[in-house]
Design a protein around this ligand. Structure first.
Ligand SMILES: Nc1ncnc2c1ncn2[C@@H]1O[C@H](COP(=O)(O)OP(=O)(O)OP(=O)(O)O)[C@@H](O)[C@H]1O
Ligand SMILES: [Mg+2]
Length: 246
């Protein structure tokens, strides 16, 4: 099967400074793929390239069989994104938040939009919270609601930026479970930017590790294999929580 994402030799520079270069990878359908790396390594920059917000200085990004930056590409309506802040609209109920993408991108009548939004809230375990306001729910529930909103248009591919940031370990583990369930039940492919080691080991089939010093990819593969077998000091430091040698 053709990969869901194919990144070919991309580079990014800001103000003449190279963040990464010669980055190539693919993501297969149904995978949970994690993008890792230290602060400033370019994880968010890579994510922005993948979701159509930042055209790479060099190279090519193909998502769902289309060139992301081709002028006639409609791929943006076929992906779901949960931004790091989660960013639910505070003046709207959870149901209204999840209905929003349907209002913007579908011609369905309101009752149908509400019906679909309720189904999505049900999928993330928030069926009973549809009428609540974002200020009335926990951080874990807000993440779930944001995932439900990202799924509103039935995307086959979901991007999550730091989904477990700010959550306690138990809530974070529940979110991991949800991601695996959604992959299992709906066949959704996930690209997750994260630095939660426990979460990576629990959910990621494969990962890509960016590194600021080498301005590119320093590791790629099954995170458990990288943890057990990598001899690269930065990779070992991350996966085994070893301090770097001075
Ligand atoms: N629009 C921009 N203009 C200039 N520099 C930028 C821009 N966006 C990112 N950078 C720089 O690119 C580098 C990579 O940033 P990025 O946000 O992708 O890192 P990150 O891996 O997501 O880090 P963190 O873990 O802290 O979120 C940083 O040095 C950052 O300052
Ligand atoms: Mg970031």
């Amino acid at each position: 099967m053709a990969p869901v994402i194919r990144v070919t030799d991309v580079a990014q520079r800001f103000d003449g400074r190279t963040i990464f270069r010669h980055v190539s990878f693919t993501v297969a359908a149904g995978e949970v793929f994690a993008i890792l790396g230290g602060s400033g390594s370019g994880k968010s920059t890579m994510m922005r390239q993948l979701i159509g917000l930042l055209r790479p200085a060099e190279g090519r990004v193909e998502v769902l069989g289309q060139d992301m930056y081709a002028r006639n590409s409609d791929v943006l309506t076929r992906i779901g994104v949960m931004y790091q802040s989660g960013a639910l609209f505070g003046s709207m109920t959870l149901l209204e938040n999840v209905m929003l993408p349907l209002e913007m991108h579908s011609d369905l009548p309101p009752a149908a939009r509400a019906g679909i939004a309720r189904v999505k809230l049900g999928l993330v375990g928030l069926a009973d919270a549809a009428g609540r306001m974002p200020a009335e729910i926990s951080g874990g529930m807000a993440k779930r609601a944001a995932i439900a909103r990202a799924m509103a248009l039935d995307p086959p591919l979901l991007f999550l930026d730091e989904p477990s940031a700010g959550l306690d370990p138990v809530t974070s583990a529940e979110l991991d479970r949800l991601i695996l369930d959604l992959r299992e039940e709906l066949g959704i492919t996930f690209v997750v930017v994260t630095h939660e080691l426990a979460s990576i080991l629990a959910i990621a089939d494969r990962c890509l590790m960016l590194d600021r010093t080498s301005m590119g990819v320093i590791a790629e593969g099954d995170p458990r294999t990288l943890r057990d077998e990598s001899t690269e000091p930065t990779v070992r430091a991350f996966f085994r929580r070893e301090p770097m040698a001075a």
